[in-house]
Write a protein that binds this ligand. Structure first.
Ligand code: GLU
Length: 617
């Protein structure tokens, strides 16, 4: 069984389904439908239960693979196809959405509007079948079957015996067809439409199929097992709405009151129930109650709704978990190594660069928490980084709220930048649509927080330290490593240096290389890159002119631990480790000073790492 947990003995979900199956299998109430002669052949003991989650896990028990005809459960799906084919207004012009107390097969239209009252009664369903696009009945049926197959994730066929049986006896539905034709709801010969409707009702499915179809509606139209889209997401709400109000014949109100999920049942004994965003349930058991609903089907859905709190209107707040972590550039910085002066500015003024790590599903309720939190802190924020790495989805209302945040920040000259947006594709599309010509300017996206932080830090440093030279070449006497050395000593050491140039992109050091020298960067910038287990590169540090790298080697002489790449054309002065070691004898004072500077640098790095680790506490 696909997607069924391997160790099914430990699944409390499966346990509950099996328990319910045992409890209800003995029920003797209800009668198998006989008005379509072929349906009377069903075994009243058949009983299957299947639950499929919106992320595709399947739990099933009993006769969950017993084929039967879908009957009225086809109606919401065909209605969805009509909506896709014709659009909402054309469909609404022909079929209402009001529940009715009349029988499902009543030969009447709403006297006020002249339309069938809703698409779940036969008149509305036959009208919906008449709206399906296609030149011939065969093409229309083929398109419907293809649609059912996307929902179920497998090939489906019409049960010909049941179709024939209904066609031979279905005069009432023909009468409905003629009535629809008379009142202009159907515009062509009604008989082929009614025959197509009989065939759509005779599509052979299993309880497992029904649960996958229901889960597809729960997953906004995308089959959670195959990943294929069965209906455009925007129409799912309309399909579920008519199921919610009219799906259970004359029991719809009580059903919504007790079970609280949009649902649909059919005369062959099937029931589907959908909990949007969470799961779909399929039950099959032919004996029907006087309202025409499967007795065990109602029993199962009632019990599951109580047991797992599935009532749609009994939702608890999901509002306060969207912010995973907040930090600022006063505590957490990019991997660009800054000078002591710059570091100081970031420590004292970096609090105006705010990083919000968001998580989970962004909807109105969860995004509102973020927006409100920003509202409380906005005066202190000059640049805002919104990290979507752990965001699973963002719906349209969340997109709208973040769009508004971007615009409000831009209006007061503040920046909003986004990171890790690659899997949240609708977000970018939304922003593009709404920001229009200002998209490039206002929608700033970086791959990761490191790049975003560097950009924000540069912006802050440019404001606080204007005119500070940055990126220019330095002479050997300006190397940080030599600070505090008397000029004469600097000359002694400079004489030992050996100059090298590298092109942009060139590897200066490879991980694992033997360490023979310490590098002093005269111009350009270099990055230390670690290859992660996933194979993706990760920047550990970027150095600019005046700084040194590879200095850990003078302490432990261990092989190089990471790769160093030239980001731009680079000029380096190399201090060979032998020459450095030889200072022991010739100039011990210089050596002590250099080691002093190296250890100062290393301790600065360690402190930064410690400070940043604390952010994650
Ligand atoms: N084909 C059946 C009919 O039109 C479907 C009825 C139902 O399942 O409610 O009578």
């Amino acid at each position: 069984m696909k997607n069924q947990p391997n160790c099914s003995w430990m699944s409390p979900i499966l346990d509950r389904l099996e328990e319910l199956h045992r409890e209800l299998a003995g029920a003797t109430e209800g009668d198998v439908a006989t008005y379509i002669p072929e349906l009377a052949k069903a075994d009243p003991r058949w009983f299957g239960i299947c639950l499929v989650t919106a992320n595709g896990a399947v739990y099933e028990t009993g006769d969950s693979r017993q084929p039967f005809t879908i009957q009225s459960i086809s109606k919401p799906f065909v209605y969805g196809l009509a909506l896709e084919d014709r659009g909402r207004s054309e469909v609404l012009a022909k079929i209402g959405v009001e529940p009715t107390g009349d029988a499902f097969n009543s030969i009447s239209l709403d006297p006020r509007t002249g339309r069938p009252r809703n698409p779940m009664i036969n008149a509305g369903a036959i009208a919906a079948t008449g709206l399906i696009e296609g030149k011939t009945s065969q093409i229309r049926l083929k398109r419907m079957l293809a649609m059912f197959e996307l929902y179920a994730g497998r090939e489906l066929l019409v049960d010909d015996a049941v179709y024939q049986s209904e066609s031979e006896t279905g005069h009432r539905n023909r009468a409905i067809g003629h009535m629809l034709r008379n009142f202009g709801i159907l515009t062509d010969d009604p008989i082929p439409v009614v025959e197509t409707y009989f065939r759509q009702c005779a599509v052979s499915v299993t309880c497992h199929d029904l649960a996958v179809m229901a889960a597809t509606l729960a997953n906004r139209g995308t089959n959670p097992i195959t990943g294929e889209q069965a209906i455009r997401g925007e129409y799912v709400e309309s399909v579920l709405a008519v199921m919610g109000t009219c799906g259970m014949y004359d029991y719809a109100g009580e059903w919504l009151y007790n079970v609280g999920m949009p649902a649909k049942s059919g005369v062959s004994g099937g029931v589907i129930a959908v909990l949007p965003g969470q799961l779909g349930i399929g039950v099959f058991s032919p004996p029907l109650d006087p309202q025409g609903n499967s007795v065990r089907g109602i029993g199962v859905c009632n019990a599951l709704s109580r047991h797992w709190d599935l009532h749609l209107f009994n939702r608890s707040s999901v509002g306060n978990t969207a912010i995973r972590l907040k930090s600022t550039a006063a505590e957490f910085n990019s991997k660009r190594v800054r000078s002591a002066l710059e570091t100081n500015v970031l420590r004292t003024s970096g609090a105006c660069i705010s990083l919000y790590q968001l998580q989970g599903n962004l909807t109105f309720a969860t995004a509102e928490v973020v927006v409100r939190n920003l509202g409380e802190n906005a005066d202190a924020i000059e640049s805002l980084i919104l990290d979507f790495k752990r965001v699973m989805t963002a719906n349209e209302s969340a997109c709208r709220l973040f769009h508004d945040v971007v615009c409000k920040f831009a209006a007061v000259g503040r920046a909003v930048v986004f990171t890790h947006l690659d899997s949240i594709t609708p977000f970018k599309r939304y922003m593009k649509g709404r920001l229009g010509s200002r998209f490039e300017e206002l929608f700033q996206v970086f791959d990761d927080n490191d790049a975003a932080l560097e950009w924000c830090e540069d912006r802050l440093l440019a404001r606080i330290l204007p005119g500070l030279p940055g990126g220019e070449a330095v002479g050997p006497r300006e190397y940080e490593l030599f600070s505090g050395l008397p000029p004469g000593d600097v000359e002694t050491i400079v004489a030992l240096l050996d100059r090298r140039t590298y092109q942009a992109g060139e590897t200066i050091i490879n991980a694992g290389d033997e360490a023979n020298e310490l590098f002093l960067l005269a111009s350009g910038s270099v990055s230390v890159i670690l290859t992660l287990a996933s194979g993706r590169p990760r920047r550990l540090a970027t150095f600019s002119a005046g700084m040194s790298f590879g200095e850990m080697a003078i302490i432990d002489r261990a092989p190089r631990s990471a790769m160093i790449i030239a980001d731009s054309p680079v000029v380096c002065d190399r201090l060979p480790l032998e020459a450095f070691a030889a200072l022991d004898v010739t100039h011990p004072g210089i050596k002590i000073k250099l080691l002093d500077n190296v250890s100062r640098g290393l301790s600065r790095k360690l402190r930064k790492a410690n400070r940043e680790l604390a952010v994650f506490e």
